[in-house]
Design a protein around this ligand. Structure first.
Ligand code: UDP
Length: 462
């Protein structure tokens, strides 16, 4: 189900106020922010997007929105990007390098004569410095948090800063044990969530503090998926919360894609039997090494099912693209397997031939899979991914986590469990029931629909 304009709101709800949005310049953050921009535009708001030059969205895809690029100075550190796996480094850098240019741009917009009054700014939660800027300008700041509620609770609970934070990373003999502060997670998950406890501590503390200081938080999730976490979070962060997701059900992510999506694979999918294809993709940031890459290839080859594998250029450390595939891999696979650089993921997941999604569990990918009722195989790499993967495998029970990482025997077994075993059928039933709940929440009177109405009323009240 893709929502139509009627579901989003009628002409009578049209507003003539401006909202200024500021996304973090990474694919998994740009997609939901631009989807939110479209949602709010459809409800009558004028939208201006201040954005970093790095990973700039393509304004010609959005003639109805106004774009204001600002200098981000990221080129000074961009050369570190392929080797520095500490994602917090770039986010912390951007907070420093964009604060002045963001402030100047915002001040300029507020001073523009004849424009609609600015109701508020909506910035990515990771841009925590923007709270002070908005406060100085006496402008309400609403936060867009692009991860799950569960991720936020885990970030609040985990002592990244303390000795235990670093301890997690060194005590490999305890990697299989649960973490006392957040028992859903294991010590080995923490090692992936952060490779730099101090940096993660800085980022999480600043982000959470400035979320608490904000005028409200928009979550790309739906109430029925994370109901108990929503209650806990509302106590921990007592500012208005709006759970109006999943955003991509209002507007797909294709127009904000930074890489061209290879649509030729849709006709290949049309030729595959229903629910037969393993779709493997690890998002826009995660990297794997050469030997992990080869294990993925062997895993896909050994199961004997059709597969569609997204290998993003640069995903394999030290390779441009497919150089480290096992010898004659493509010839041996023939028409059974397809490898592309980037896919129209939402359409692939919605395709009747897709049987499971082998994912890194970025939050957008996780939601997109749930929305299409597709069970998952989880290979989280970094940041919030290990938390999302635990929810998928241990809480919602709609996927299998590859506990031993990329290793061909484990991969084969996981694919078999999801695609061929009774256990997999049960996962498919559970994820299908979540899919129904998504659709109900987005329909008239559903929780996400009501939350969107509340958000529109709230912004209109500023
Ligand atoms: N995506 C896509 N084509 C691909 C792989 C991913 O369009 O081949 C999109 C996907 O639909 C999602 C986004 O890229 O909206 C990735 O976001 P996510 O949060 O899952 O992961 P991240 O890239 O931030 O790690």
């Amino acid at each position: 189900m893709m929502l139509n304009m009627e579901t989003l709101g009628s002409v009578s709800t049209l507003q003539s106020r401006r909202i200024i949005l500021f996304p973090l310049p990474f694919q998994g953050h740009i997609n939901p922010m631009l989807q939110l921009a479209n949602i709010l535009h459809t409800r009558g708001f004028k939208i201006t997007i201040i954005h970093a030059e790095y990973n700039s969205p393509n304004p010609s895809n959005y003639p109805h929105l106004t774009f204001k690029p600002i200098k981000d100075h990221l080129s000074k550190v961009a050369h570190e990007y392929p080797t520095n796996r500490d994602g917090t480094y770039f986010v912390r850098y951007l907070n420093k390098s964009c604060v002045d240019t963001f402030t100047d741009c915002l001040a300029g917009l507020l001073a523009e004569p004849g424009e609609e009054r600015v109701a508020c700014v909506i910035t990515d939660a990771c841009f925590y410095v923007t709270q002070a800027v908005a406060d100085d300008m006496k402008l309400p700041r609403i936060v867009l948090r692009t991860s799950s509620l569960g991720c936020n609770l885990a970030y609040e609970a985990l002592p990244f800063y303390s000795k235990t934070g670093s301890f997690y990373l060194t005590k490999q003999d305890r990697f299989e044990e649960s973490v006392p502060e957040y028992p859903l997670l294991k010590f080995k998950d923490i090692a992936k969530i952060t490779i730099n406890p101090q940096g993660m501590g800085d980022l999480a503390t600043n982000m959470l503090n400035q979320m608490k200081a904000s005028s409200g938080i928009i979550w790309n999730t739906f109430k029925e998926l994370e109901e108990s976490d929503l209650e806990t979070l509302s106590r921990d962060i007592p500012v208005p919360s709006f759970t109006l997701g999943p955003f991509h059900k209002y507007f797909p992510a294709s127009s904000s894609s930074l890489i061209e999506q290879d649509r030729t694979i849709l006709s290949w999918l049309d030729k595959q039997p229903p629910k037969s294809v393993v779709y493997a993709s690890f998002g826009s940031v995660a990297q794997i090494n050469e030997s992990e890459f080869q294990e993925v290839a062997h895993g896909l080859a050994n199961i004997g099912l059709p597969f569609l594998w997204v290998v993003r250029p640069g995903m394999v450390v030290g390779s441009e693209w497919l150089e480290s595939l096992p010898e004659n891999f493509l010839e041996r696979m023939g028409d059974r397997g397809r490898i592309v650089k980037w896919s129209p993921q939402q359409e692939v997941l919605a395709h009747p031939a897709t049987g499971c999604f082998w994912t890194h569990n970025g939050w957008n990918s996780t939601l997109e899979s749930i929305c299409e009722g597709v069970p998952m195989i989880c290979s989280p790499c970094l940041a919030d991914q290990p938390i999302n993967a635990r929810y998928v495998s241990d809480v919602w029970k709609i996927g299998v986590l590859l506990e031993d990482g990329f290793e061909r025997v484990g991969i084969k077994m996981a694919i078999k469990r999801v695609m061929m075993d009774k256990e997999g059928e049960e996962m498919r039933e559970r994820v299908s029931s979540l899919k129904e709940k998504v659709n109900l929440s987005l329909a008239e009177g559903g929780s996400s629909c009501r939350s969107l109405n509340n958000l529109v009323d709230y912004i209109s009240s500023f």
